[in-house]
Design a protein around this ligand. Structure first.
Ligand code: ADP
Ligand code: MG
Length: 363
């Protein structure tokens, strides 16, 4: 349905998209993930002709989208976009927001446009809000109106650019539920998102974008569980875990504890696990503190729901340093305590890397 060939986009001298090629089939749900600033929005905006690519080709159902004689409004109607900031007309009611485009661009009569608009508002759960102004609605409701407005244009493909990132966390799920139901109905969609669980559940394919290219792509299970390339792995790991770098003995203990507690809450870990984790981190840090000024250490904490374990990885580069073996104090009480509080404790050295791995069972 969509073929992108060697697409590139520069802003001045900055190459944002470098060399993007991909094929998208009808009915596919593609999630695009990746660090911010890597060109995800620019890519969607090029597809939709909101940006003019510097070079490359885009084919949509046999039409050369970048051709001189292309009907731009027609392309945007067939490949319609939902924005992070809703972009609703604030002086029009929800119903009017939905009827405007179909009357102007699809040549629908007011009656026909209104009947369809009411149907669509019901589809997104907002039948009662037809005569309200957008500002009378919550963020999640506004975004559902924006999705209904997009559907009113009878698109063949919907492009979503971070549809939930401007929302209050409590209204994110109502918007995701609407997108999920569109996926079930077979709508072709390309969704830039930071909602990883959603991306995993809804997509047929996940594209990881980095450095202006599609760095890795594949089925969600591959990208999220077995990414093959270094940057994908680092990104997936980072979003799933708590990470912290310690560079001096004067680290902010309170901020760190608060973040670890937030991490535990996010994963709904039991209170006892949380307390044990906080103790383990604090105890382990004591082993590193005398060395932190000269040898910083990175801590990452990951949680595996399936294995019911927390894994703490401490990594620092430099000469060999095993914090479990303290020559000055062979029976270091801290190490004894750590052995008692963890279910596995292991030091390894790889090239210049010192790595200490700890596991805690959560059940
Ligand atoms: P993402 O959506 O992945 O966060 P964007 O596509 O928004 O990334 O932006 C990629 C890069 O392009 C950023 O560095 C951004 O500053 C730059 N950029 C985006 N739009 C423009 C523009 N109209 N003019 C100049 N630079 C831009
Ligand atoms: Mg963006």
């Amino acid at each position: 349905m969509i073929r992108v060939e060697r697409l590139a986009k520069q802003f001045g001298t900055v190459a944002v998209l470098k060399d993007i090629s991909c094929d998208i089939q009808k009915g596919e749900v593609i999630s695009i993930i990746g660090p911010s600033g890597t060109g995800k929005s620019t890519f969607l905006r090029c597809l939709n002709l909101l940006e003019q690519p510097t070079s490359g080709a885009i084919w949509f159902d046999g039409t050369n989208v970048l051709g001189a004689d292309v009907d731009v409004p027609k392309i945007r109607q067939r490949m319609n976009m939902v924005f992070q900031g809703f972009n609703l007309f604030s002086h029009l009611t929800c119903l009017e927001n939905l009827t405007l485009g179909p009357m102007r661009l699809l040549g629908k009569s007011p009656q026909e446009a209104e009947a369809k608009a009411r149907d669509l508002l019901r589809v997104v759960g907002l039948g009662e809000k037809a005569d309200h102004l957008p500002d009378e609605l919550s963020g999640g409701q506004k975004q559902r109106v924006a999705i209904a407005r997009c559907l009113a244009m009878e698109p063949e493909v919907i492009l979503f650019d971070e549809p939930t990132s401007a929302l209050d966390p409590t209204t994110v799920s109502e918007v995701l539920a609407v997108i999920r139901s569109l996926a079930r109905d077979g709508m072709t969609m390309i969704i830039v998102t930071h909602e990883m669980e959603f991306a995993r559940n809804v997509s047929s394919r996940v594209m990881y974008m980095d450095e202006g290219v599609i760095y890795e792509q594949g089925p969600p299970a591959q990208i999220f569980d077995h990414p093959t390339r270094e940057k994908t792995r680092a990104f997936i790991h980072r979003i799933r875990s708590y990470t912290q770098r310690f560079t001096s003995p004067d680290y902010d203990l309170y901020a760190m504890n608060a973040e670890i507690i937030a991490f535990c809450d996010k994963h709904i870990l039991p209170r006892t696990t949380r307390e044990r984790l906080l103790l383990v981190v604090e105890e382990a840090l004591q082993l590193y503190v005398p060395h932190l000024s000269s040898a910083p250490v990175d801590l990452s904490i990951g949680y595996s729901e399936t294995e019911e374990t927390l894994e703490l990885v401490w990594e620092g580069h430099g000469g060999p340093f095993n914090p479990l073996e303290n020559e000055d104090a062979p029976d270091d009480l801290g190490v004894v305590l750590l052995r008692g509080m963890t279910d596995a404790l292991e030091y390894e050295r790889k090239d210049t890397l010192n790595r200490l791995t700890m596991r805690l069972r959560t059940s």
